[in-house]
Design a protein around this ligand. Sequence first.
Ligand SMILES: [Mn+2]
Length: 330
Amino acid sequence: MNFTEKALTISEKIEKSYNIIITSHVSPDGDAIGSMLALHFFIKKHFNKKSKMFIHGGINNNLKFLEGCDTILRYDDRVMEDIIGADLIFVLDLNDLSRLKDAGDAVAMSNAYKIMIDHHLEPKEFADLELLDTDATSTGELIWVLIDALKGKYDKRISNALYTAIMTDTGSFRFDRTTAETHYIVAKLLENGADPVKCYDEIYNQKTVQALKLLGMSLANIDLYNQGRISIMSLRKSDFDKADAIEDDTEGFVANTLSVKGVEVGVLITEREKGELRISFRSKGKYSVREAAAKFGGGGHKFAAGARTLNQEFDDVKNNIIYELDKLFI
Ligand SMILES: [Mn+2]
C-alpha cells in the first residue's frame, strides 16, 4: 500500500468505527500531545466522530495551553476496558507498545484495528496498518500529510497543535530532518491560524529560576575530548541539590553540547540518584550516535539517542562513553 492508499484505508476505518482511541507514549512531549489533539479534532471536524485520548502519566504544564489538552485522559482500570472494547486504536509517536507502559498489554489484547503513525527507527510489529516515515521530522508532520491526503480542513486548534508538534521535535526548525517540505507544512499551518509567537512563548518561556541555575552549572561542566570533537556535559546529583532543581529542568540542555565550535558529538550525563544515570547523545549530523547509546542499553535516532544505566559509577560511565565515541573518529 502506498501512502494515499493507507490514508484512504484510515479514512474508511474511521468511518466504520464507533469507539476510537488515540494514545501516545509515556512522558508525552509536544509531538505526542500535538499529534493526538490534531488527529482528535480532525476526526471530529472531518468525520463528525468522537475519539477518546489517553496517556500514561501527566502532561507538562507548558503544553496545557493547547486547546483540548484538558480532555486527554489518564490510564486507569476503566480506560483499560475502553481500550479492550475499542474498534479502532491510533498509536502515535511510538513504535513499541512498551512505550505505553501497562496500557501496552491492553492494546495488544484488544481486537481493535490498530494504526501506528510514527517516525522512529526500528518499529516492532503490532499494528494492522503502519504510517511510518523515519525521514519525517515528527509524527505531527505525518498527521498533516494524512489530513492533506484526505483533503481535510484545518482550524486554529489543529494548526496550533501541529505547529507545536513540529516546532518541538525539530528544536524550532534546526534539526537535521528539517526540509523544505517541513517549512511548506508550517506555512500552511500559519495560513490556517497557527500562532508561532504564542506557541513559542507558552512552550519555551516558562522556565523556573531553579532550571536556569541548573543550566548555568551544566554550562560550567562541559569538557572536550578527542581534539575537541566530543563534548560532555555533566550534571551530578549534588548540582541538582544545589540548584534545588529536578530532572525535568534539564530539558533542552544537551543542545548546548553541540554549540561548541568544532564539536561533532555531544553528550549530557545526568545523575538522578547515586549510580542512576541518564545519558543523552547528540550528533551534528556526520556521525551516528545510536550505536554508542546501544552499548549502554539504549537507542534512538542516528543523531539523537539516549540510554540509562543503573549501579554504575559516574566516572566509569563517562570514561566508557569517551571510549565508545572515540571509535567514531578512527
Ligand atoms: Mn516525535
